[in-house]
Design a protein around this ligand. Structure first.
Ligand code: SIN
Ligand code: FE2
Length: 217
């Protein structure tokens, strides 16, 4: 694939559901900077395949930065201030992460987003994320901001009931999805990643998911 295959024709916002927006190419300009900052985070808190409470090993490898990190093991899903691998606090959230997350949230109608956690998910071809809700956060007023980098993926986005059939959206390098308000507990997932080679990331897709965990005030 050459460098310009993924070049956006025009940045556009698409409403996926009330409260949910796909901002195409929103992070295009800062993508290289985001990747550089991601590598710096991962040098301190390496990617790992977590265990689900049900005993499965996730096909996606994960890490985190910010005051809190998302962890999963036999005891369940939760947010923790320390990385269980190193015992150290998670790396600080890079300034460029925070700025982009806030700008995307505002663009989708969520002013003053103050994320505390950024989950870093890495997908290689074949990796997937089953349909789920993001509901380990106590603050459900804040939106979720999700940034796609590298290989394209098919994002599944459904309703707040598992029985609602999800729509499929192709997310490319630089695309950002924001969901909150009536869509905050929408079921979502990622179909198995297709083979490919991205100019910056090779056989990988990296997704940054920003969350506010604790209630403010
Ligand atoms: C997630 O739901 O945590 C990640 C979604 C994605 O990788 O696009
Ligand atoms: Fe999620």
């Amino acid at each position: 694939m050459d460098l310009f295959d993924d070049l956006p024709v025009e940045a556009a916002a698409q409403v996926l559901a009330p409260g949910a927006m796909l901002l195409r190419a929103f992070a295009w300009n800062e993508a290289a900077q985001l990747l550089q900052a991601t590598e710096a985070v991962l040098a301190q808190a390496p990617l790992r395949h977590m265990q689900t409470p049900g005993g499965y090993t996730m096909s996606v490898s994960t890490s985190s930065c910010g005051a809190l990190g998302w962890v999963s093991d036999a005891r369940g899903y939760r947010y923790a201030a320390c990385d269980p691998v190193s015992g150290q606090t998670w790396p600080a959230m890079p300034e460029c992460f925070l700025a982009l997350a806030r700008r995307a949230a505002a663009q989708a109608g969520y002013a003053d987003f103050r994320p505390e956690a950024c989950l870093i998910n890495q997908y290689v071809p074949g990796a997937k994320l089953s349909l789920h809700q993001d509901r380990d956060e106590r603050d459900l007023d804040a939106p979720i901001v999700s940034v796609s980098l590298g290989l394209p993926a098919i994002f599944l986005f459904g309703g707040t009931e598992r029985s609602q059939r999800p729509q499929r959206y192709r997310l490319a390098h630089g695309d950002v999805v924001v969901w909150g308000g009536p869509a905050r507990l929408a079921f979502h997932g990622v179909a198995p990643l297709e083979e490919g080679a991205h100019a910056l990331l090779g056989r990988r897709r990296i997704n940054l998911t920003f969350r506010r965990v604790r209630r403010e005030g």
